[in-house]
Design a protein around this ligand. Structure first.
Ligand code: KIV
Length: 277
């Protein structure tokens, strides 16, 4: 039973949808995203004002203790999307298509994207460059909003030779710019850029007509995403240099997440120049 007085109820925010995200983007407001894997954290992050909850395949490392995201299955992703959707009221929920669930064909991607959408996702995310264009187009034309993911793409960690900054050479930067433009043209509604020089991330953000959400990509992206357990100081061992522990000085988890939201909105997070793992 709710004990909220009526004035608190009336200030509750309306559900975030793609239209609202586009309005915020067009108005130049920074967008906030956090990874989330369960109902409790979904409720807390939603109450703290995060606009987008990403049920990331990082759950393979964060929750399952695996060495990479590669072993995560579509069934596991669907389970965690259901948990997040159950705890969330207003945030936009994005489900990651895990490794080997979309690489074969657009039809394979559609089948697994449908599994995530039926579990409660409102958008799916997939990793990769030009080879994903047909899939992005196929899903978008069939009513599934797609978030692309370029730069450091953790499902390709073995091909990339580790968790390294991407796009450092002129040639690599040119390929990333070309791929980003093509993916937006194919219909992607959003793009995550992971671990790029901030100058390159800014160029791509300025080039694209869709929100670009950065992680380790500097302050000039349209918004930011962090792994929840990293920004709450729960991850042991060496952390990426761009991560900030928002629990420092916070009185609660909700307060820490609210600080993340306000620091992103006020362009105080991230500090430019902090890159690398
Ligand atoms: O799976 C994940 O958590 C992600 C973010 C790092 C963007 O893809």
């Amino acid at each position: 039973m709710s004990t909220h007085p009526p004035d608190q109820i009336s200030t509750q925010r309306k559900a975030i949808n793609l239209h609202r995200l586009r309005e915020l983007y067009a108005a130049g407001e920074k967008l906030t995203m956090l990874t989330c894997y369960d109902a409790t954290f979904a409720r807390i992050a939603d109450d703290a004002g995060v606009e987008m909850l990403l049920v990331g395949d990082s759950l393979g490392m964060v929750l399952q203790g695996k060495a990479s995201t590669l072993p995560v299955s579509i069934e596991e992703m669907a389970y965690h999307v259901r948990c997040v959707a159950a705890g969330n009221k207003t945030a936009w929920v994005i489900g990651d298509l895990p490794f080997a669930s979309y690489q074969q064909s657009p039809a394979q991607a559609f089948e697994h994207a449908a599994t995530l959408m039926q579990a409660g996702a409102q958008m799916v995310k997939l990793e990769g460059g030009g080879w994903t264009n047909d899939t992005v187009r196929f899903l978008s034309e069939r009513g599934i909003p797609v978030c692309a993911h370029l730069g450091l793409t953790p499902q390709s960690v073995h091909a990339l030779g580790g968790y390294r900054i991407q796009g450092k050479s002129d040639a690599a930067a040119a390929i990333l710019k070309r791929d980003a433009a093509a993916i937006a043209e194919a219909g992607a509604a959003m793009l995550v850029l992971e671990l790029l020089p901030s100058t390159l991330a800014k160029e791509i953000t300025d080039l694209l007509p869709i929100p670009v959400i950065g992680i380790g990509a500097g302050i000039d992206c349209s918004g930011q995403v962090l792994v929840l357990h990293d920004m709450l100081g729960l991850t042991k061992g060496k952390l990426p240099r761009f991560v900030k522990n928002f629990m420092n000085g916070a009185s609660s988890i909700e307060a820490a997440i609210a600080s993340y939201v306000s620091e992103v909105k006020e362009k105080r997070f991230p500090d430019n120049g902090l890159h690398g793992y």
